[in-house]
Design a protein around this ligand. Structure first.
Ligand SMILES: [Zn+2]
Ligand SMILES: [Zn+2]
Length: 397
């Protein structure tokens, strides 16, 4: 069963929905028009609609045939990015400074396509919750839906997600049996010294020098405190200190990000980062303090569910087009919160690098101002969702 025939018939409609959403991008928690469209279509197809989780979130609930009590959740994200679009085609953004450059217009459309098909056929036994979340891009709409009762109101045994992936050829699928994306945390280290004249340094405690030692030392958190078979990133990306060439300032600040795939490594780096900063500062007679701001958790698939989705993917795109256990990436995903609550799996759906990136590059990646979602994969994604439901919640023979 490759692309489901009935879904192939939706291609023209799905392309029109996708381009309409693309032309009207909305930022996180402001997806009013988009969620109105989603809710109206689900209702039109006879799917029960719940609105208001995390503000603009929409959940559609559809029961299959039979008496099955099992339920699963399928999630799509709806938000755009605060960036101007460089494309000039007809469906380019009509909202200044906002753009669907991550393909969430396509994700929303693919889940709608699957919902329409499943509502027509109901060839499954159990319940599907179609979860349309706001604010994936850094603002934690998925986390907020959970906090506001997503899984209490819509109990799902398992939850599934996907993201288009320009680095993979169109209509291929990659499945990870464990970590897919990293945790993304932020930190600020404040170094307090004692300011003074740059020509009289021995009467001051120089926080710039202390900060420089800290920047160098924290690189050993990965090379000497993290198992070489594990992965982590510690990047100091923003250094703030001083106002003049002849003044030693009182204070220096270091800001940066930590990326990890497992919670133990994440906790150890946080602890060690603070200890290192404090002890280095103490050695210079200064003081340092760490503020660690946890961001998205790692997105980690459960292996049993990953195996199921790999088999479903093979049915849809063919076994040779499914890659198993490719390297994960250090990017982060709000869906990590959902996978912390329920078993499940998040796949990468190959998108292909299309067009050019505006610098003569071979194709657009995510968040590029020339990016546009590839409509050729809409029916693949919708068929994947529908096949997943019919596989996990089969009708008894
Ligand atoms: Zn993105
Ligand atoms: Zn995205």
């Amino acid at each position: 069963m490759p692309i489901i025939n009935r879904i192939a018939e939706f291609h023209t409609d799905m392309t029109a929905w996708r381009r309409d959403i693309h032309a009207h991008p909305e930022l996180g928690y402001e997806e009013h028009r988009t969620s109105d469209i989603v809710a109206a279509k689900l209702a039109e197809w006879g799917i029960a609609v719940h609105r208001g989780l995390a503000g603009t979130g929409v959940v559609g609930t559809l029961k299959g045939r039979g008496e099955g009590t099992r339920a699963i959740g399928l999630r799509a994200d709806m938000d755009a990015l605060p960036m101007p679009e460089a494309n000039t085609f007809d469906h380019a953004s009509r909202h200044d400074g906002k753009m669907h450059a991550c393909g969430h217009d396509g994700h929303t459309t693919m889940l709608l396509g699957a919902a329409r098909y499943l509502a027509e056929t109901r060839n499954f036994d159990g319940t599907v919750h179609f979860i349309f979340q706001p604010a994936e891009e850094g603002r934690g709409g998925g986390r907020r839906m959970i906090e506001e009762g997503l899984f209490r109101q819509f109990d799902c045994e398992q939850v599934y997600g996907l993201h288009n992936w320009p680095d993979l050829p169109a209509n291929t699928i990659a499945v990870h049996p464990g970590p897919v994306m990293a945790a993304a945390d932020q930190f600020t280290i404040t170094v307090e010294g004692h300011g003074g004249h740059a020509a009289i340094p021995h009467k001051a405690v120089d926080p710039v020098l202390v900060a420089a030692h800290i920047v160098t030392a924290v690189q050993s958190l990965v090379s000497r405190f993290t198992d070489p078979a594990d992965s982590a990133v510690v990047s100091v990306t923003w250094v703030q200190a001083g106002t003049a060439y002849n003044v030693i300032p009182d204070e220096a600040k270091l800001h940066g990000t930590v990326r990890t795939f497992n919670e133990a490594t994440r906790a150890r780096i946080e602890q060690q980062l603070g200890r290192m900063a404090e002890s280095i500062a103490a050695g210079f007679g200064a003081k340092a303090s760490l503020e660690f701001r946890p961001g998205y958790p790692p997105t980690v698939n459960t292996e049993a569910e990953a195996r199921v989705v790999a088999a479903v993917a093979a049915k849809v795109v063919g076994e040779t087009n499914v890659s198993w256990a490719p390297d994960p990436t250090m990017g982060a995903e709000d869906f990590g919160y959902m996978l912390r609550e329920r078993p499940g799996a998040y796949i990468w759906l190959g998108h292909g690098a299309r067009g050019n990136d505006g610098h003569g590059g071979p194709g657009c990646r995510l968040h590029n101002p020339h990016y546009d979602f590839n409509d050729d994969i809409l029916t693949t994604g919708a068929s994947y969702w529908a096949t997943l439901v019919e596989t996990i919640l089969p009708r008894s023979a």
